[in-house]
Design a binder for this molecule. Structure first.
Ligand code: HEC
Ligand code: HEC
Length: 290
């Protein structure tokens, strides 16, 4: 099972075929068998791919109830009772985007979700789960992905309510497509001889980042920033180094290249890999990390 917990190997910046569906077929199968959901909502689940035997005690729903619902709520809408003790609001999987992604279409891969569940999000109030087996983590990732898909189908159904020409099958297809990773970013190796240059980093930072993060990185650049639902959200104070996606250069590379979906933090298509590396090291420099 270990292989399922590793990041998939793809060439950097090579677009993935759209609507492959295979990545999530295991998850759909798991969720299909174990959760009582209206069958019509599951129309776009593809049933191909590897089948891993799953005793009922390991169902994604049971695991979620046991390990996650206290914070994320029994339906995954982020309203669990333990949330009141947290500084960071648990994600509502039904209506909010996943933030820690390694794709350019704002969609997590299975490996992204596995990493969040296994290692947690330090500084983000999301605990690590070392006690779970690899299979349990994969089941949970699939279960959460399915919650997100069903939430999207529900919203799209409302959006298309006045349009009788759009069928539920098409809505399922749109939802499935939106939640299928497209262009997966594999962090490139640093070019031989690359040494971060603070003045180059600062120049790039002033051009692309300071409008939000402020001239010195304290998160004081953007007035009244909002998340995807119009709720207030703080622009991160980079000088604190509290990077929730991880402080390693590789993780920062992904955050800066892919952006943080659901928040104002944009993805960066136009910059070269070397420019992203400069920004990675400049962010670490602002945090006193180097
Ligand atoms: C103690 C409370 C708590 C528990 C228990 C918890 N979470 Fe979370 N989780 C959070 C918080 C808070 C966030 C938001 C973190 C952030 O925004 O950085 C989060 C975020 C997430 C995300 C979103 C990652 C992204 O890319 O945006 C996933 C997926 C997730 N949790 C899965 C789980 C699973 C699966 C479990 C159970 C095994 C679980 N969580 C248990 C508090 C919790
Ligand atoms: C339009 C506003 C905006 C711009 C422009 C912007 N950011 Fe952000 N950034 C944010 C917000 C908002 C957050 C906090 C998101 C959250 O709380 O999940 C953030 C978070 C971050 C984080 C923390 C990531 C983590 O793992 O927790 C880093 C690092 C970062 N930004 C670096 C940059 C860099 C480098 C640039 C320029 C290339 C940049 N940002 C441009 C708004 C912005």
């Amino acid at each position: 099972m270990r292989i399922l917990a590793e990041a998939p190997e793809h060439k950097a910046n090579r677009p993935m075929p759209r609507r492959s569906g295979a990545r999530w077929s295991l998850g759909c199968k798991a969720v299909l068998g174990l959760v009582t959901l209206p069958a019509f909502l599951l129309g776009s689940c593809k049933m191909s791919g590897p089948v891993v035997p799953m005793p009922p005690s390991e169902s994604g729903a049971d695991l979620f109830a046991a390990h996650c619902a206290a914070c994320h709520g029994s339906t995954g809408a982020g309203e669990g009772p333990a949330r009141i003790a947290l500084e960071v609001r648990p994600r509502d999987f039904r209506t909010e985007s996943f933030r820690y992604v390694s794709t350019m279409n704002y969609t997590p891969t299975q490996a992204d979700l596995v990493q969040t569940i296994r290692s947690g999000r330090r500084h983000g109030d999301m605990p690590a789960h070392p006690q779970l087996t690899d299979q349990e983590v994969v089941l949970l990732a699939a279960y959460i992905h399915e919650i997100a898909r069903l939430g999207l189908v529900e919203r799209l159904t409302k959006d298309f309510a006045d349009d009788p020409t759009t069928t539920l099958e098409e809505i399922n297809e749109i939802a499935g497509e939106r939640l299928t990773p497209d262009e997966i970013i594999v962090v490139p190796e640093l070019a031989a001889g690359f040494r971060p240059n603070t003045s180059v980093g600062r120049e790039l930072y002033v051009a692309a980042c300071a409008s939000c993060h402020g001239p010195t990185g304290r998160g004081d650049g953007l007035e009244k920033p909002e998340d995807e639902h119009g709720n207030p959200i703080a622009v991160r104070d980079l000088t604190l180094g509290a990077f929730r996606g991880g402080t390693s250069p590789k993780e920062l590379f992904k955050r800066i290249r892919c952006g943080i979906p659901g928040t104002p933090m944009p993805s960066q298509y136009g910059l070269t890999d070397e420019e992203i590396w400069e920004l990675v090291y400049y962010s670490r420099f602002l945090a006193g990390m180097r």
